[in-house]
Design a protein around this ligand. Sequence first.
Ligand SMILES: *Cc1c(COP(=O)(O)O)cnc(C)c1O
Length: 512
Amino acid sequence: MNSDTPLLEILTSDAADRYRVVVGGAVDRTAERLAGVVSPTTDTPAAVLRDRVAGVDLDRPLGSADAALAEVDDLFTAEAVWFHDPGYLAHLNCPVAVPAVAAEAVLAVVNPSVDTWDQSRIGTEIERRVVRWAAETVGFPTGDGIFTSGGTQSNLHALLLARQAATSDGRTATPDGRTAAADGPAVASTRRVPVLDDLVVLATASSHFSVRKSAMLLGLPERAVVDVATDAAGRMRPDALAHAIADVRREGRTPMAVVATAGTTDRGCIDPLEPIADVCDLEDVWLHVDAAYGCGLLVSPTRRGLLDGIERARTVTADFHKSFFQPVSSSALLVRDPADLGLAAWHADYLNPEDADEPNQVDKSLQTTRRFDALKLWTTLRASGADAIGRAFDTVLDVTERVHDHVAGHADLELVAPTQLSTVLFRWQPEGVSEAEADALVAPIRAALLAEGRVLVAKTVVDGRPCNKLTLLNPSTSAEQVVSALDHVVATAERLHAARATHTTSTTGATR
Ligand SMILES: *Cc1c(COP(=O)(O)O)cnc(C)c1O
């Protein structure tokens, strides 16, 4: 090491002024970028971005935080994908609440880990309070839960609890028969690993892929996830669920869990929760509701009824980083019965021994070191309240209704499916263009738009046919702005179609 090798700057109390300068500088640069955003991303070609990153020599430091952050600004921020731009219509990414962003900045400095009391103290209390608030909002008056990294982890966690319950004696008792209290010590499973081959998870083909991935991670065979039939809108049919459970039992297999989706990722439709809960109660099967997308309805002033029955679930996934306008990551697994979290508890002598007398969160989590994401939602609730979040989500859904009407009435666009939330599934399909031609344009439309960077849309497959998809999640985007983005999509489709026609004609001509 030579003498001019830069030293690592560590954030200590003595460095408070350096913190102000370095972070202040980064905030200023980023604020300037934010103010100058005019499109969701740029048209810089992917190969150029790759080369720029590859061209940075990570073994030759720039020598100062300021230089490194100036490079970040130029390299990353200038080329970022901005979810708040009205042209961003691709995936389930929301623009974020200002108080939450500020809370994130506080978190970055304190850098707490909410696994044990001695690493977070009041942070533990705050997370518990936010979780209790969320559980009560679901309709779990004595419920509990835990913040997770996202819906994928929340779903995995829920299905892990369901698997543990299905393979243990008592419904709420931990595997050795003792009942775990919410705050008290829970016990680890020492029971023999059951035959996982016979466990079944019932969901629909529209359920999130993390359900299948979780089944794989939990050691269940591929046949474990059974697709329950849906109605024309893609919602689980309760009668089909009852039949599927009967079939599973007839085959000698065990229904481990039913996963109902409250807002499917593509169609934005909500499985009928009340009648599904009726079936689950009757059959004594664990009901998990994946409300990763639809959780914003919990605080909606006009559409809360769409989630009626969610309070009868045993576990619920809520992604605050989708419809609660929180920064990534911010998700929770919520449980109706606090004891259920004990089904997956594990103890380490150094961290959370069984006789621990301090409250800890690590007993309830799949993670050990864990971000204090709850502070972001806490700060948002304290700044403007749940009602403001619900009204913002409501605005998004109102705009979506208008966009649906627009697409349905558009001569050259086909509305592929209705929604209960904020997706718009559509296809460019003018008269005279065959289905095959329209299908073939779905991917090129998305790719051409992405290369240009002005309007970003997604693509998916619905009922076996490809289509394009908008996901609205920005309460400050108007229906007019979305309509004008759609105009650009149509113009792009026309251009691509014309180019293909010319290409076909010229190649046909050449072969003649
Ligand atoms: C987004 C989503 C998930 C996955 O959540 P992540 O936060 O991306 O891990 C799960 N289920 C549904 C219905 C989703 O829309």
